[in-house]
Design a protein around this ligand. Structure first.
Ligand SMILES: [Zn+2]
Length: 400
């Protein structure tokens, strides 16, 4: 008896016990819904089995799962512990997520959310692990109109934004060797750590994320931009700078953000050349040559429009990073980065600091430094998206 009960009090926010199975008693009779643990150890239930038992339905769009039960709509932000009900965003103990094409909902939805939000329709018996659906009272339907798509997230953003994060280098391409990084840590490791942290920070802010890589693997420079297509709002490539050995080279430190245009300074051209060298690790050469194709690409008007947006995003990133970074703000710069030529949307490349400087090296590889930078980058991106929304929605909402 006790053996069948697992204790996850800390994760379930108040539940003493989590059953291995929940009995759901609904219009279709009784069903048994298994309770599983997700990757973080939080209890979840497979939505198809639960919704079958409750005659509900679900659909997925723009990073949200909409679940309809008893004519009530619950919207779950995928991979973030939040749901929307009654036009309000509310916290959860665990996130809804999709694993192997199956939507999983937090166990808390069964034991707590349904009975508390729809108290006239649902009872949950903790001891018997049983969810009971009761009929509407004397023929009066308790149904309200389903929630419309939420208009705004708490931070003011419209839901549905997608940002592509590109952690530089990877696999056989280590990036720069990381002179002042801990032994064995190279540029490709720091860019991946930062990319994953930034992904989490953006999701927490309700922004969808597409990663060019989530593991130590090489993606061709010419392919990276392709992850940011029409539905993508911004492409963010993450790198770490370094200098060649020469007198005083360890003194230079700080962060800078690039957008794609003709390099204006020798140093900007140097950084672009250094990052473009990654092509030598690729098995097949990419079609669009880096600097060679740049003239042609810069004549593309659509891209020029994106350049304005890219420059603005770069500015906001620099401003936010300045608040947390211990090194110098080296400003917004422009240069011909091959990786940016393939993104057909606004695109920036951030050099987070110099691995050839001891202070930057320490900051870039510290957990605190990485967390602070990821949070600053996410704030800058949200700021950029808010500005972009304001700019583009002017005509649409003029009727009001
Ligand atoms: Zn790099």
């Amino acid at each position: 008896m006790i053996a069948a009960l697992l204790t996850f009090a800390a994760l379930t926010g108040g539940f003493d016990t989590v059953p291995a199975m929940v009995t759901v008693s609904g219009a279709n009779g009784e069903s048994r819904v298994p309770v599983r643990l997700d990757e973080s150890g939080a209890p979840v239930v497979p939505a198809p089995i639960l919704l079958d038992a409750l005659s509900g339905s679900s659909s997925i769009s723009n990073g949200w799962a909409e679940v309809s039960i008893a004519r009530q709509a619950f919207r779950f932000l995928l991979d973030a512990p939040l749901y929307m009900f009654d036009n309000r965003l509310r916290p959860l103990a665990a996130a809804a997520s999709i694993r192997q094409d199956t939507l999983y909902l937090p166990f808390q939805f069964v034991a707590e959310v349904l009975p508390s939000r729809l108290g006239n329709r649902f009872r949950y018996d903790d001891r018997k692990a049983r969810l009971t659906m009761v009929g509407p009272k004397s023929g009066v339907t308790a149904a309200r109109a389903p929630d419309p798509t939420p208009e705004r997230l708490p931070n003011g953003l419209r839901p549905g934004h997608i940002v592509t994060i590109d952690p530089g280098h990877g696999g056989v391409d280590p990036g720069n060797p990381g002179v002042f990084f801990p032994r064995g840590t190279r540029e490709k490791d720091v860019t991946l750590q930062m990319g994953l942290l930034l992904r989490d920070e953006l999701k927490r802010r309700g922004v969808g994320v597409q990663m060019t890589r989530t593991s130590d693997t090489l993606i061709a420079l010419g392919d990276r931009g392709g992850y940011c297509t029409e539905a993508c709002d911004l492409f963010v490539s993450i790198h770490v700078n370094s200098l060649a050995r020469r007198p005083g080279y360890t003194d230079i430190r700080g962060f800078e953000t690039f957008f794609l245009a003709e390099a204006k300074t020798e140093d900007a051209a140097r950084v672009a050349q250094m990052e473009n060298e990654a092509v030598r690790f690729e098995a097949r050469p990419t079609e669009s040559g880096g600097a060679m194709g740049l003239d042609f690409i810069l004549k593309d008007l659509q891209l020029n429009e994106h350049l304005r947006e890219s420059a603005r995003a770069a500015e906001l990133v620099q401003r936010q990073l300045q608040a947390v970074h211990t090194g110098e703000n080296r400003g917004v710069k422009q240069a011909g980065f091959m990786v940016l030529t393939t993104a057909r949307r606004p695109a920036i490349l951030v050099e987070l600091g110099y691995s050839t400087n001891p202070d930057d090296g320490r900051f870039l590889t510290s957990y605190g430094g990485q967390r602070a930078m990821a949070s600053a980058l996410a704030d800058a991106i949200v700021e950029y998206l808010l500005e972009y929304e304001r700019k583009t929605s002017g005509g649409n909402e003029s009727g009001k």
